[in-house]
Design a protein around this ligand. Structure first.
Ligand SMILES: Cc1cc2nc3c(=O)[nH]c(=O)nc-3n(C[C@H](O)[C@H](O)[C@H](O)COP(=O)(O)OP(=O)(O)OC[C@H]3O[C@@H](n4cnc5c(N)ncnc54)[C@H](O)[C@@H]3O)c2cc1C
Length: 406
């Protein structure tokens, strides 16, 4: 059986979230783009309280009460709508986010309870994930941050950069950051583990918050870990270093199977915002898209517009498939990279084309089109760049190992 229709509960939630995005995000979109580093506190409080009562969870991290379900697909649909509203604000939403995805992918049931329960109570909180370092990006096996065992603690040392929500997780709330570090440099990938560093832990400091091209409502932090001591039980997965194979590393890498479809969904939301805007503008100018006209009769604008729409549609179908597989407990490593690579490229092309089609107005700050073009590019960079995700797709299809194709 194959079914591309959203279930009633997801469709109802989608409509509700779309309305909220239109009414609460769009009106403050430009303000928090212009005023980078200013907290949209009122909006965070509002969205936190709404998400507390929501089954879906605004960006993941909620427990699944009903067993195998549509949780990931619902989350994907939610993220697309929120990013249609504003991708920077969406990324700034207080929730378990990337850090929560790592705990869900590699943590024990006890760790999930200990670290994720806080997102269903009290004040707004954030969680983040810190992999990238000054000398390590795409090749996460090159991590140099160390974790050394000392009695009943791990002691972490190193610098992490470009950590989304790192500042809010550590300085603005009782959240946490999942820090990737090596317990044994000589073991390569097998030595890399993920550790939870909670807000208030001595030895972790946010040293900088980046100024960025787009998604400016989202904080992107640099963290320094200096003899940062955390309990032994803050390690996700096993402390064992298996030099034959890299199960531990694969465990932490599994986080990406959940987060890549989320990034793809956000990309599609931004792209759809641009396409919706252009469609309205064309209609106002008296250009109706003739979907039934033969190719030879189409105008350039119509052809370009259809290409924009079809690229987003293709990206959405790939993203829904990757999420649907997760909901069924299927391995979706290939599909997660496929949707992320397609959506990251589609949104950069679609938003650029939209700016181009509107002419000087598209380039003007009067409209949000130029902002969407700036917001779009990050989806082609984080959670694995375009090139890295294409390489993973090639590896999976051709059956090559990371060593054979890198
Ligand atoms: C706004 C923002 C938020 C971020 N949030 C986070 C976060 O929350 N947590 C986190 O850990 N990181 C985060 N990052 C970092 C992001 O994941 C990295 O920038 C990304 O992984 C790329 O790494 P790099 O910048 O070191 O680039 P590099 O790895 O140096 O790559 C540079 C270029 O070379 C290409 N390239 C590299 N290797 C290959 C190869 N083998 N084959 C072909 N091409 C290749 C890349 O595709 C890229 O185009 C964020 C970055 C930004 C800008």
């Amino acid at each position: 059986m194959i079914d591309f229709e959203l279930s009633k509960p997801i469709e109802n939630a989608r409509q509700m979230i779309h309305m909220m995005a239109e009414q609460t995000m769009r009106p403050i979109s430009r303000e928090y783009d212009e005023r980078e580093h200013v907290e949209p506190t009122e909006w965070h409080q509002m969205i936190w309280s709404v998400s507390q009562g929501s089954e879906v969870g605004f960006g993941g991290g909620k427990s699944d009460k009903k067993g195998p379900s549509e949780r990931h697909l619902a989350s994907t649909v939610t993220i697309e709508e929120l990013s249609w509203g504003d991708a920077g604000l969406y990324l700034s939403i207080p929730n378990a986010g990337l850090g929560g995805a790592a705990v869900a992918a590699a943590g024990t049931p006890a760790q999930r309870q200990r670290f994720l329960a806080r997102f269903s109570e009290g004040e707004p909180k954030w969680a983040a994930m810190a992999i990238t370092e000054p000398g390590c990006g795409s090749d996460s096996a090159a991590i140099t941050t160390t974790a050394a065992r000392d009695g009943d603690h791990w002691v972490l040392n190193g610098t992490k950069i470009y950590c989304t929500s790192g500042h809010r997780a550590l300085d603005k709330s009782k959240g946490f950051v999942v820090v990737w570090a090596t317990v044994d440099k000589s073991a390569g990938r097998a030595g890399i583990k993920a550790f939870i560093v909670e807000a208030g832990t001595p030895g972790v400091t946010v040293t900088k918050v980046e100024d960025k091209l787009g998604i400016r409502a989202s904080d992107t932090a640099e963290l320094v870990l200096e003899d940062c001591r955390i309990p032994l039980d803050n390690l996700l997965g096993s402390p064992e270093v298996k030099t034959q194979g890299s199960e531990g590393f694969k465990g932490v890498m599994a986080t990406f199977d959940a987060t890549r479809p989320a990034v793809a969904a956000s990309a599609i939301g931004i792209g759809r915002a641009a396409v919706d805007f252009v469609r309205d503008a064309l209609e106002k100018a008296g250009v109706a898209i003739r979907y039934d006209a033969p190719l030879s009769k189409l105008g350039a604008l119509e052809r370009d517009f259809m290409e924009m729409e079809s690229n987003l549609q293709a990206a959405r179908l790939l993203t829904w498939r990757a999420s649907w597989m997760m909901d069924r407990g299927m391995v979706n490593n290939l599909e997660a990279s496929m949707c992320k690579a397609k959506a990251g490229l589609a949104v950069t092309q679609v938003t650029q084309k939209a700016v181009e089609m509107l002419g000087p107005l598209g380039y003007s700050r009067k409209l949000l089109l130029e902002k969407w073009m700036r917001d779009a590019k990050i989806n082609d960079i984080f959670e694995g760049t375009q090139q890295i995700n294409l390489m993973i797709v090639a590896r999976r299809i051709l059956g090559y190992s990371a060593k054979e194709l890198s």
